[in-house]
Design a protein around this ligand. Structure first.
Ligand SMILES: [Zn+2]
Length: 472
């Protein structure tokens, strides 16, 4: 092909990717000249062309070969293509503390941050079910949703009944918290019978990681339950005044938990988790206010992206979960900084022993907003000592494994669903380029539908401005 011919092709390609691609699936979509990060921890390879047919990656080939026909083209010259991110700990929210919040705010922020799949671990089940269907149809701009509603049964008999009910109503799995051992045993037994996965937010309760290991929990959320399982005499050194229902107590003494774990016992717990296939979704970002409150309260994107309902919810108020910062002291932050160091070392140790680490956000609480919290999570996995390629693997392939969808999503590979992001830059150099404020994610492609990420971010800013206006 002549030089002019090449130039013409490039010009046509630029024209074809004008925002009219936004939110519209074409029969075929060609991503040209992309540097590809597959998602399994292997290094970048490229440039390559990716042909998407409908909602699937049909073919991948080295760029510069025989031209491929496609109805639409995204020119990814100098750009990087990754699998869409999988958020293992999301909450679909349409209100905070009773104040309405447009659900689009949450859904669009997730897509704008490159998140194409969310495991919803607690929301309004009926509403989320409707959103899951609309997302699957492609009629709303939203990630794929896997629903893990809250398990609430309190006796073994009720547990079996509720697991069956949830399955019948279309739950993909369930999330539980504060469960007694007999109830958890019944619940896990029935869940295994029905092929349902479970996510355990352990909390300070009768069960700990040894129960998850014994019963085959799919993933431990956050981190409680792991150091608890490694405390020498089984009980944390709480002061007599401690009350679990007081969140200041709860978060203050959580910050003194990792230091009480016996390192040798901890090694055994981590090994047993890895051997039993219990994954770990640490959600490091959601505790960051505990180690640096001022940082959490002054994130620069709050200016344009913080919804007034969230802004109000984040104010210290003991009736809002996670809004516990009364008299948070220097000592509390110092304990929490040490807590993070031990926690991060345990994560590295878990991976070294063969454990699966996933990536989740838990935004909508404690000064974290959707999408932004997830990208912060990537930064914190890197801070824990993981190579950026491993961090990306946590967010993509590992997330798919936790969902049991590793042959469908989480990789840039022919035959997999077309959930991809196109980034104007190499995220391995700096994860900060993925924040929606940076504008470097150009396209988030979900199920073969390209969404122009800066357009979604602009929608969110407008939505926030409107909400603030009507709040006045
Ligand atoms: Zn949560």
């Amino acid at each position: 092909m002549t030089r002019t011919g090449l130039w013409l092709l490039a010009a046509l390609a630029a024209l074809a990717q004008a925002p009219d691609l936004h939110g519209r699936r074409t029969e075929t979509l060609l991503i040209r000249n992309a540097m590809v990060l597959e998602g399994v921890g292997t290094p970048v390879s490229g440039p390559r062309d990716i042909l998407i047919q409908g909602n699937r990656i049909a073919r991948m080939m080295p760029s510069g070969g025989k031209p491929v026909e496609a109805k639409a083209v995204i020119d990814a010259s100098g750009k990087y293509v990754l699998p869409g991110f999988i958020n293992l700990h999301g909450h679909v929210q349409d209100e905070r503390g009773g104040a309405a919040m447009e659900v689009d705010y949450v859904l669009k922020l997730w897509l704008a941050a490159g998140i194409t799949t969310v495991r919803d671990v607690g929301s309004n089940f009926e509403k989320s079910r409707a959103l899951r269907a609309k997302s699957a149809e492609g009629t709303i701009a939203a990630p794929r949703l896997y629903l893990y509603p809250f398990f609430t049964a309190r006796t073994p008999e009720e547990a079996v009944k509720q697991v069956r009910e949830l399955k019948e109503k279309g739950a993909d799995g369930m999330k539980h918290l504060g469960t007694h051992r007999d109830v958890m045993t019944a619940m896990r037994g029935e869940a295994a019978n029905l092929g349902m996965r479970t996510a355990h937010h352990v909390g300070v309760e009768e069960t700990n990681a040894w129960d998850d290991i014994r019963l085959g929990t799919t993933s431990i959320e956050h981190w409680y339950g792991i150091p608890d399982a490694a405390i020498a005499d089984g009980v944390q050194n709480f002061p007599p005044s401690y009350n679990y229902q007081n969140e200041t107590d709860r978060f203050r003494y959580a910050g003194r938990l990792w230091r009480e774990a016996d390192p040798e016992r901890l090694g055994k717990v981590l090994q047993a988790m890895a051997d039993a296939g219990v994954a770990w979704d640490p959600t490091l970002n959601i505790y960051e206010a505990s180690r640096d409150l001022m940082r959490a309260q002054n994130q620069p994107w709050f200016k344009e992206y913080l919804h007034p309902a969230l802004e109000k919810f984040f104010q210290p108020n003991l009736s809002n979960h996670g809004s516990f910062f009364f008299g948070w002291t220097t000592a509390d932050e110092v304990y929490w900084k040490e807590n993070y160091r031990i926690w991060m070392a345990a994560l590295k140790e878990f991976a070294r022993r063969g454990g699966v680490i996933g990536t989740g956000e838990d935004a909508g609480f404690i000064y974290q907003i959707q999408g932004f919290g997830y990208i912060r999570e990537l930064e914190l996995h890197q801070e824990a000592g993981f190579h950026p390629l491993a961090v990306i693997k946590h967010a993509t392939y590992n997330g798919a494994r936790v969902l049991g969808k590793q042959t469908e999503i989480g990789r840039v590979r022919a035959g997999w669903l077309a959930d991809l992001i196109v980034v104007n830059g190499n995220p391995q150099e700096d994860f900060k380029m993925l924040y929606p404020t940076a504008g470097r994610i150009e396209w988030t492609i979900k199920d073969g539908i390209p969404y122009h990420a800066p357009t979604l971010a602009a929608d969110v800013r407008q939505l926030v401005a409107k909400a603030r206006e009507s709040n006045r």
